[in-house]
Design a protein. Structure first.
Length: 295
């Protein structure tokens, strides 16, 4: 169990990146959803023991991460948002270099461990290929391979699917779901689909605060009967935006499809009731600007 209590982080300026956040994360996959700049990466770095908070506590399985960050490193696997590789090295050489940097000990030797990890993330076929020839998804899987060294109980992945094509994203989803079967996986992302596919529970973050701690099903369920969708001409978009709470305005086959949140009253002409999506819930909570008000 990961327990975060009253966590505050203030950078010089001052900039309050975290404003007293509290959260409990059980074993399995947990999603942290929020826009860029919400404070997700700051939170991930504190949980990983890489950044000291201004105040507050973080415990994992009883270990005090803030008091002694070294304790968590024995149980931690971390894939940061920006993970640098040496492009001229092969995947196997790069992974062995990272294992040395992490101080990983392997009874059978690092070469054997690297081969096992590459097989775990389905990269054995590219072990001798230079990293500069890897796709985005292959690089992310190589990053997960180093994070898995030492069989960590807590795995932190920060924006892992950003920039991946649909096929690579699906492959990465399957890998993360498998890893979450017997450990705590904390997934930080601004991509709603990541949460919908992977996470039975999630928290939504906005401006350094949590505005929801819920499940995707609960978040959608709160909006039942309040979401309407219709086709709107370009000239009518501004009027709809002025008079209704728009959750999404997207192009489908070249036509503007607008979704609105309408808890009471009649929808505009041509609008029909629509099943709520997690995207609707996320955008409405984010628009609440951290007020914590119920939808």
């Amino acid at each position: 169990m990961l327990q975060i209590r009253d966590l505050v982080k203030v950078y010089p300026g001052p900039v309050a990146a975290l404003q007293g956040v509290s959260l409990e994360v059980p074993t399995g996959m947990f999603g942290l959803l929020g826009p860029n700049g919400a404070g997700k990466t700051t939170l991930m770095r504190i949980v990983a023991g890489l950044l000291e908070p201004t105040s507050g506590t973080v415990h994992f399985n009883g270990e005090d991460i803030v008091a002694d960050p070294r304790r968590i490193r024995r149980q931690l696997g971390y894939l940061p948002q920006d993970f640098g590789f040496y492009p001229h090295l092969t995947g196997e050489s790069m992974l062995r270099f990272l294992l040395v940097l992490k101080g990983v000990q392997a009874p059978g030797g690092l070469k054997h461990l690297a081969a096992e990890l590459l097989d775990r993330v389905n990269l054995s076929y590219a072990a001798r290929r230079k990293v500069k020839g890897y796709s985005g998804g292959m690089r992310q899987r190589l990053g997960i391979a180093q994070a898995l060294a030492g069989d960590p109980r807590l795995l932190i992945v920060d924006e892992p699917t950003a920039g991946l094509d649909p096929e690579e994203r699906l492959r990465f989803y399957r890998l993360l779901a498998e890893l979450a079967e017997d450990r705590t996986v904390l997934l930080s992302t601004h991509i709603v689909e990541d949460i919908s596919v992977l996470c039975p529970r999630m928290a939504i973050m906005h401006a350094g605060r949590f505005v929801a701690d819920t499940t995707p099903a609960e978040a959608r369920g709160r909006l039942a009967g309040t979401i309407f969708q219709g086709t709107v001409g370009r000239e009518g978009l501004a009027e709809i935006d002025r008079n209704y709470r728009v959750t999404q305005a997207i192009l489908i086959e070249g036509r503007n499809q607008v979704r609105i949140h309408l808890p009471e009253g009649s929808p505009p002409d041509g609008f029909q009731a629509s099943e709520p999506t997690l995207e609707d819930a996320y955008l409405l909570l984010s628009q609440a600007n951290g007020s914590g008000n119920a939808l």
